[in-house]
Design a protein around this ligand. Structure first.
Ligand code: ZN
Length: 107
């Protein structure tokens, strides 16, 4: 938890940095101190907060070079699948041309 003295509001540090939703703890700030404990407990068990906490805890664990290598590997696999499919199509066309040639048939 963190706060802003200028705005007099509290924020959730994890959600502020890595939260995807724009709840009061992440973007708008929380200012109702009367129900702070209940609201903080509810926020702490929310799925958005848990996702943000996991992102914060795992931030920096994976090196960017490894992620780029993984993406490049996926691109190579996709390219190879496309080439394999196109070769299959070309092979069928060549077989048709050979068949027409052997049978002396026009296109
Ligand atoms: Zn949070």
């Amino acid at each position: 938890m963190t706060g802003s003295t200028r705005e007099q509001k509290l924020y959730c540090w994890d959600c502020l940095l890595f939260g995807a939703d724009s709840g009061s703890w992440a973007r708008d700030g929380y200012s109702d101190l009367g129900s702070l404990s209940k609201s903080a407990h509810r926020h702490q068990n929310g799925s958005g907060h848990l996702r943000a906490t996991i992102r914060l805890k795992t931030f920096g664990d994976t090196r960017i070079e490894l992620q780029l290598d993984e993406q490049q590997h996926r691109d190579v696999i996709a390219h190879n699948e496309k080439v394999k499919r196109n070769r299959g199509i070309l092979k069928r066309l060549i077989n048709c041309v050979v068949y027409f040639g052997k049978q002396e048939l026009p296109f």
